[in-house]
Design a protein around this ligand. Structure first.
Ligand SMILES: [Ca+2]
Ligand SMILES: [Ca+2]
Ligand SMILES: [Ca+2]
Length: 201
């Protein structure tokens, strides 16, 4: 017991900002400001750091717990954005980092049940307008984020008998954008986000 306590005190003394000083995990390399050369991304615990090859770096607070979910252009400006599922300040949701403009958006999903975030590479376009849409599951709700205009739209699927892995993307018609398929125990629900409709089939 005494030795454990001593070790904890020592660690605290060595790493006064332990969450930042102890962890600096390389995440990947992408052009995140659209200048044609890549930046490096690091996970610093609660923060995410973007560093250019010139050494310039910016740090963003993502949350107490978070995970990178997608690397895609969500607002349609042609520059790659970083999408994370995060809990920050006790609130859960999706953080979208637009490093080019140093703009970090937090789409909060209220309530305690944990949420899921659909993952797709290189992203999903549901409305035919440049920019990937983001798809969240929370119990019986499917929520679509349009980062282009920072809006969220929710579909009530009636029952919580599906999961984030029940979701797939397909193109059913000649209209711009793709459709969301949610596999249910009996049948599927098809969501046409472009016209904001959901149909059980
Ligand atoms: Ca760049
Ligand atoms: Ca973008
Ligand atoms: Ca779109």
């Amino acid at each position: 017991m005494a030795s454990t306590l001593a070790l904890l005190i020592l660690c605290t003394a060595m790493f006064p900002n332990s969450s930042q000083a102890a962890v600096r995990a390389y995440m990947g390399t992408w052009d995140l400001d659209g200048d044609g050369s890549n930046e490096m991304a690091y996970n610093l615990g609660q923060h995410l750091e973007i560093q250019s090859l010139s050494g310039l770096s910016f740090t963003y607070k993502i949350g107490a717990s978070w995970g990178l979910n997608q690397v895609t252009d969500t607002d349609g400006d042609g520059v790659t954005d970083l999408v994370s599922l995060a809990v920050d300040g006790g609130k859960q949701g999706v953080k979208v980092l637009h490093h080019k403009t140093h703009n970090l958006r937090f789409y909060q999903v209220l309530g305690s049940p944990s949420i899921g975030l659909y993952k797709d590479t290189p992203g999903v376009d549901l409305d035919g307008i440049p920019g990937s849409e983001l798809i969240i599951k929370k119990q019986n709700l499917l929520i679509v984020i349009h980062d282009r205009d920072a809006s969220m739209y929710q579909y009530n699927l009636g029952a919580d008998n599906w999961g984030i892995h029940s979701i797939s993307i397909a193109d059913f018609n000649a209209e711009p954008g793709k459709e969301i398929l949610v596999k249910r125990p009996t049948g599927v629900t098809v969501i046409l986000d472009r016209v904001k409709t959901g149909t059980n089939m």
